[in-house]
Design a protein around this ligand. Structure first.
Ligand code: GDP
Ligand code: MG
Length: 172
């Protein structure tokens, strides 16, 4: 029998309306997603990803804009995906506070990915890539720019999340 895929839980955080739910929906139809996942109870928010010859199942938890991590959930999380929309500076400020909270106050050593969404809205851009990248560097996060609406760079983000999780697992 093939080895049981590793199972990771990823929480989606960020301001209401920044595109978390649409992004999660796009993950489900990614080219990297395969397998019939018979080893796990069917979960509508989980995907099976084959990367570097190793299969992993990732469950995305989308806690409806509340941006709170319940105590019981905390120790089960393998990564935090913090999203903002490039046309909404307040959503960026909220993302910055979340990332700071996770890395500094909460003190997590798990993977954090800062995601700039809605890059299709070029002419409405209010957050530069430079200022967002600076926040990501400051708090040791990976930074990605995507358009969930156009499904642009969403596959790369999915692979990036899994790569970051695996890297952080291997750091003692
Ligand atoms: P959530 O509140 O963070 O879950 O955000 P949703 O996924 O519900 O998206 C909020 C709104 O933004 C919806 O109308 C989406 O269609 C829209 N939206 C999400 N992603 C994008 C994007 O990449 N570009 C554009 N133009 N709109 C988007
Ligand atoms: Mg939502």
């Amino acid at each position: 029998a093939p080895p049981t895929p590793t199972y990771y839980r990823v929480i989606l955080m960020g301001a209401a309306g920044c595109g978390k739910s649409l992004m999660a929906k796009q993950f489900m139809t990614s080219d990297y997603v395969g397998g019939n996942d018979d080893n796990h109870e069917a979960h509508e928010n989980s995907v099976s990803v084959l990367l570097d010859g190793e299969e992993s199942t990732i469950e995305f938890i989308d806690p409806l804009d509340r941006n709170v991590i319940e105590e019981g959930l905390q120790h089960l999380l393998d990564a935090y995906v913090v999203v903002f929309a490039i046309n909404d500076h307040a959503s960026f400020e909220q993302a910055q506070q979340l990332v700071r909270y996770l890395r500094v106050d909460h003190g997590t050593d798990r993977a954090i990915v800062l995601v700039a969404n809605k890059i299709d809205l070029v002419r409405k851009r209010k957050v530069t890539a430079d200022e967002a990248r600076l926040v990501a560097e400051t708090y040791d996060c990976k930074y990605s720019e995507i358009s969930a609406a156009l499904n642009h760079h969403v596959d790369e983000l999915l692979v990036g999340i899994l790569t970051q999780i695996r890297l952080h697992m291997r750091i003692p």
